[in-house]
Design a protein around this ligand. Structure first.
Ligand SMILES: Cc1cc2nc3c(=O)[nH]c(=O)nc-3n(C[C@H](O)[C@H](O)[C@H](O)COP(=O)(O)OP(=O)(O)OC[C@H]3O[C@@H](n4cnc5c(N)ncnc54)[C@H](O)[C@@H]3O)c2cc1C
Ligand SMILES: NC(=O)C1=CN([C@@H]2O[C@H](COP(=O)(O)OP(=O)(O)OC[C@H]3O[C@@H](n4cnc5c(N)ncnc54)[C@H](O)[C@@H]3O)[C@@H](O)[C@H]2O)C=CC1
Length: 501
């Protein structure tokens, strides 16, 4: 550890993403006299703008990348330090930065986010998407590409396969249906036609109280094509840093080298066996391509379904790993199975005076039966805000209770150009057999799924302009017995809002 301590701050926040910046904003406004330092690796910070509380728990906002001077001008008691934290010494209450400076703290909040959980870290043909730099690298490689393979079945994969144009996409998913992180096979079936059609088909509403769905057989593949117009170019490069967020792809053209329509082939129920160069492929015993077709691509991907695809590069959209490394050495943090710093219901880690918020932490308090953690920026904002309040409350010796936002999971987003609202145990997470699903689906228009347990609504997936989010949120929060209403709950001819007034 360097000998010289530059300064001791009352509060030190590490990370200029949504969690860190929201925590700073909360602290500086609650305790204007306390000096606060924000230590962050990149030159920019992420700020929440146009915040809108849509309902009791649903919120919408934009995120802007801004120079940190904007924050310093707004909060005179804030100092922004641009350097990565290299080590943390909880005993002496100090952090050391990559440029050798040491700063003391009375209370520390770690908001260092996460990084892509890459399939093969050292392989130059495997890309992850996290921040502005990695998105621009992806765009640079894509504009010369004729075929890419996307591995993963969560948020990034869903966005990419829909947005990429002029390049063939092979989409390898582990599951029986697309988008398993966010919804079930029924919703996947509703969304799939969007991959091949620009205009949604409008049909009469149809209602079913339980859904059944045809699933592709193991190793099956499906191909979807569509013509789409290209979009404009956007912002220039920035330093590596915070995660991208909603609509990140709208500012950059995601167009490949081919003047052809979009073409997505989904390979179901498979994982990556190997990623090989053409030379390695020729020497591989499992290789199934004809020798004359080997060599035309820079890289080849072998899937566990026995298929091999040549491509320009592979996108590993396979989740997030929390950035904990600089903080662990020499300290005694409890780390969760997913690699996050465990935090209690006051966002405190297992080390005294050290809090954590956002993608880097794992919520280890006893959750409300209707909430779960997902690494989303709505939760990064809520956690950063609540961590700031908890730190202030501790300093002011005020009591504080777990915030209401952790009562009910709620998320608004957009997939395949549809509004998507997820509430509570939207996929029946952890409910076991004690659940009933009510589904209403109008092809090309809306998909409504309600999860009922013990006669009470515990979750919902709303795709399209359903206008049901507020009513369903209330029904979930009230835990009203819905048994008398039965299937009428989703009857499209009943105005459900009036029904429950
Ligand atoms: C492509 C993409 C699309 C997404 N889309 C959505 C979406 O539509 N909706 C949604 O809700 N969520 C979305 N997310 C997830 C969301 O962006 C993240 O959950 C959220 O931004 C996490 O915020 P954070 O502040 O915890 O971490 P980050 O944004 O990762 O910020 C971490 C900060 O810590 C800094 N840092 C890291 N290590 C150190 C260190 N050692 N010292 C100092 N500073 C350090 C980094 O520079 C960065 O500023 C998306 C994510 C990606 C990658
Ligand atoms: N609209 C939204 O809300 C969006 C949210 N995000 C968030 O950004 C973060 C990063 O996104 P993603 O990388 O898509 O993470 P994710 O957590 O959403 O999905 C990861 C996917 O990768 C799969 N996977 C994991 N390991 C694998 C392996 N070895 N082989 C094959 N598949 C594997 C998982 O089954 C899962 O389908 C997530 O926290 C996500 O929630 C990202 C984009 C959009």
């Amino acid at each position: 550890m360097a000998e010289r301590q530059e300064k001791t701050f009352k509060f030190v926040i590490v990370g200029g993403g949504i969690a860190g910046v929201t925590c700073v904003e909360q602290l500086t406004s609650q305790i204007p006299s306390g000096d606060v330092a924000l230590i962050t690796a990149g030159p920019h910070i992420k700020a929440v703008t146009n915040y809108k509380q849509v309902s009791k728990t649903l919120e919408e906002f934009d995120v802007e990348e801004k120079p940190s001077s904007v924050l310093e001008e707004k909060f005179p008691n804030l100092t922004v330090i641009h350097s990565a934290v290299k080590s943390l010494h909880t005993e002496t209450h100090s952090v050391e930065t990559a440029d050798g400076r040491v700063f003391g703290y009375e209370k520390l909040c770690i908001c260092s986010g996460g990084r892509p959980n890459l399939l093969m870290k050292e392989n130059p043909y495997v890309l992850g998407i996290r921040d502005t730099d990695s998105a621009q690298e992806f765009q640079k490689r894509l504009c010369k590409a004729k075929r890419i393979v996307v591995v993963g079945n969560g948020g990034i994969a869903l966005e990419l396969v829909y947005e990429v144009e002029g390049c063939e996409v092979i989409w390898a998913v582990k599951d029986k249906a697309i988008g398993n992180t966010f919804f079930d096979a029924g919703a996947a079936q509703f969304l799939i036609p969007s991959l091949e059609a620009d205009k949604p088909e409008v049909a009469a509403p149809c209602k079913r109280t339980r859904y059944t769905t045809e699933e592709p057989a193991p190793g099956a593949s499906q191909t979807f094509t569509a013509d789409r117009s290209s979009r404009g170019h956007g912002s220039g490069p920035t330093e590596p840093g915070s995660a991208l967020g909603p609509d990140w792809h709208e500012g950059i053209a995601l167009r490949g080298a081919q003047q052809v329509s979009r073409r997505v082939s989904v390979e179901y129920q498979c994982e990556v066996e190997k990623i090989l160069t053409s030379e390695e492929l020729l020497n591989s015993p499992q290789q199934t391509l004809r020798p004359e077709s080997v060599g035309s691509w820079p890289v080849y991907i072998q899937l566990t379904n026995g298929k091999t695809f040549g491509c320009d590069f592979v996108v590993s959209a396979t989740g997030v790993v929390p950035n904990t490394e600089p903080f662990l050495h020499g300290n005694n943090f409890s780390v969760a199975n997913d690699g996050g710093l465990q935090v209690d219901d006051h966002m405190m880690t297992s080390e005294p005076d050290v809090y954590a918020a956002g993608d880097v932490c794992t919520a280890c308090w006893k959750h409300s039966p209707l909430w779960q953690q997902m690494r989303l920026w709505t939760q990064a904002r809520q956690m950063g805000w609540y961590a700031g309040r908890c730190m202030a409350a501790e300093v002011l010796s005020e009591p504080i209770e777990l915030d209401f936002c952790f009562e009910l999971f709620s998320h608004i987003t957009k997939f395949f150009n549809y509004k998507v609202v997820l509430l509570g145990k939207f996929n029946g997470q952890g409910l076991g057999p004690d659940q009933e699903l009510l589904v209403r689906c109008t092809k090309g228009q809306e998909y409504v799924k309600v999860v009922v347990s013990g006669g009470r609504m515990v979750g919902a997936v709303l795709i399209g302009e359903t206008d049901l989010e507020e009513t369903f949120e209330n029904l979930i929060l009230n835990q009203m017995d819905l048994t008398p209403y039965g299937e009428e709950l989703l009857n499209p001819n009943i105005d459900i809002e009036d029904y429950f007034d």
